[in-house]
Ligand binder design. Structure first.
Ligand code: ATP
Ligand code: MG
Length: 264
């Protein structure tokens, strides 16, 4: 079940567990993602997807276990090397995390200017291309407060795409969007994943659009990884609980038996 992509691992977790406010949020998760994989991260609300992402990209240090980025154990890396590793990762935060005081161009350019040390001239073409890709050409000088929620989400996605990172993580890219915009964004991610050689990780509840674009699915339930394997084998190999969740999500029904929450 595990081991897909383990040949050229770019992100690995070795037995990570994490606690917040005294509660176990992640419980002994081990996985290894390789370049070129498109991974769907699924699970009920509050199951630990965002916290797992935060650990994988080293925004949070798990209280137990270790993370490796590009084959290096991050806990022993010097600050400069850790910064280099992080500069190769792009994360679209669930809450967008745009800078209110910067216009759209500067929000999208931020990783290029700061993590990649590009000049404004060098950053201009990739920024405009990414904005065009997400359908926001012409909004360069607008501020986040002048944009709708859906537009802000697309700016956050453009910020990841502009930097063409080795690891691109999209956390809940379509939450709260209407079906038309949701479809547009998932199509955009599909196109990005198909044309990129990076590792792409997408966490979303829109399983209907997620599953066709992924090669691999990781299911997190109550902080535990219940499935890590090929998307095609999900409905035959995953545990009953996961299959029930997927079936309910695909039929548009909530599963009343599902309990979200930590791994306490
Ligand atoms: N800062 C925090 N302090 C305490 N508990 C937290 C904190 N942030 C998250 N949690 C808890 O960690 C658990 C996992 O949360 P997480 O945000 O990873 O869920 P998720 O799977 O991303 O959910 P969603 O699908 O709604 O985005 C939840 O039980 C949540 O209440
Ligand atoms: Mg989340």
């Amino acid at each position: 079940m595990t081991g897909i992509g383990s040949q050229q691992a770019v992100v690995s977790a070795r037995g990570i567990s994490h606690r917040l406010s005294g509660r176990k949020i992640l419980d002994d998760i081990s996985l290894s993602f390789g370049a070129g994989e498109v991974v769907g991260l699924i699970g009920p609300g509050g199951s630990g997807k965002t916290q797992l992402i935060r650990c994988l990209v080293t925004l949070t240090w798990p209280w137990k276990g270790g993370i490796e980025l590009f084959g290096k154990t991050v806990s022993v890396l010097r600050r400069r090397h850790l910064k280099e590793c992080r500069s190769r990762i792009g994360l679209q935060f669930q809450n967008f995390a745009l800078f209110d005081y910067l216009d759209v161009w500067n929000n999208v350019a931020f990783p290029l200017l700061h993590a990649r040390a590009m000049s404004r001239e060098q950053a201009d073409a990739p920024v405009r291309l990414a904005l065009e890709r997400v359908g926001l050409a012409g909004t360069e000088s607008k501020f986040p407060s002048e944009l709708s929620g859906g537009m802000r989400r697309r700016v956050a996605i453009a910020r990841v795409m502009a930097a063409t990172p080795a690891v691109a993580v999209f956390d809940d890219p379509v939450a709260g969007l209407d079906p038309v915009n949701s479809a547009k964004i998932m199509a955009l991610l599909k196109d990005y994943a198909a044309t990129s050689e990076s590792l792409v990780v997408v966490a979303t509840h829109d399983l209907e659009r997620l599953l066709p674009i992924t090669s691999r699915v990781v299911a997190i339930f109550g902080g535990k990884m219940l499935y890590d394997g090929a998307t095609g084998a999900l409905m035959t190999q995953a545990p009953e609980e996961v299959r029930r969740f997927v079936a309910a999500a695909l039929s548009g029904e909530a599963d009343p038996d599902l309990e979200a929450g930590g791994a306490a």
